[in-house]
Design a binder for this molecule. Structure first.
Ligand code: 6PG
Length: 247
């Protein structure tokens, strides 16, 4: 695994813009080399402004008809619910882009969680043309970092952290909404590029533990992210990076 690449900006506003620039750049490269860009989107609040910038200020920087949108996790709520990661992405980005329905591959948070996880695995297997034991290789997986060091919906101590075969699973976590769907570590670690976004003083201790802490993914789930043939990029603001010794 290559050393994580840290990009540290002065503040959250700069982070949102830089993340949009990086995503647009990666999209261009992927579309140029293999005709499409497959992005696995993060939920939570941090990426919202970046999604909006991609659909507005950077609208002309991406050939949107060649982009395939997936989700790394979803809350088990309807797609128009305030807690829905699909709803957030649709509001901030997708609704502002002229996309075909076949470009958007959302996790069905409104369905029975276990069935929704199986359905999402089928969708990934079909779209990426996977055989048994294969994993999709996203051009980019976007991830956030929870205060409790979770990422996607891989929470401390969850058996999903040790999943080796499934592509997506349903989990029950100690945060609202409790029932969630998440991609699994083998999917994240098969990506070409993984990009973490974290902003604010509130994330500094989590960033420190994950990047420089003792290796313990059950305690610090974001440490499970180790692409075996890909890179990790951390886009941080100064506050979130403030406890790092090497920055
Ligand atoms: C989710 C996310 C989750 C998120 C972190 C950080 O559905 O909540 O995918 O992993 O990225 O909780 O959330 P914030 O960006 O809101 O701090």
């Amino acid at each position: 695994m290559s050393e994580p690449h840290l990009i540290i900006l002065n503040d959250a506003q700069e982070l949102y813009v830089r993340a949009a620039e990086e995503i647009a750049h990666v999209a261009g490269e992927a579309i140029c080399t293999h005709g499409e860009f497959t992005i696995c989107l993060s939920g939570g609040s941090t990426p919202a402004a970046t999604y909006d910038l991609l659909a507005t200020r950077f609208h002309l920087s991406v050939d949107w008809k060649e982009v395939q949108f997936y989700w790394g996790d979803e809350r088990c709520v309807p797609p128009d619910h305030p807690e829905s990661n699909f709803a957030m992405v649709n509001r901030t980005m997708l609704s502002k882009l002229a996309l075909r329905p076949d470009q958007v591959h959302r996790m069905r948070g409104e369905d029975t969680p276990a069935l929704a996880a199986v359905a999402y695995e089928h969708e990934l297997r079909k779209r990426f043309g996977l055989g048994d034991g294969d994993f999709p290789r996203f051009d980019l997986v976007l991830l956030g970092l929870g205060d409790n060091r979770h990422t996607a919906s891989l929470f401390p101590g969850d058996p999903a952290l040790h999943e080796t075969l499934r592509l997506a699973v349903s989990v029950e976590v100690d945060a609202e909404p409790r029932k969630r769907l998440t991609i699994t570590p083998p999917v994240i670690n098969n990506a070409q590029r993984v990009m973490f976004l974290a902003a604010g003083q509130g994330k500094a201790a989590a960033v420190k533990d994950v990047i420089e802490g003792p290796r313990d993914p059950d305690k610090f789930p974001a440490q499970i992210v180790e692409p075996h043939d890909g890179e990790i990029i951390w886009i941080l603001d100064k506050a979130a990076a403030s406890l790092l010794s090497h920055r």
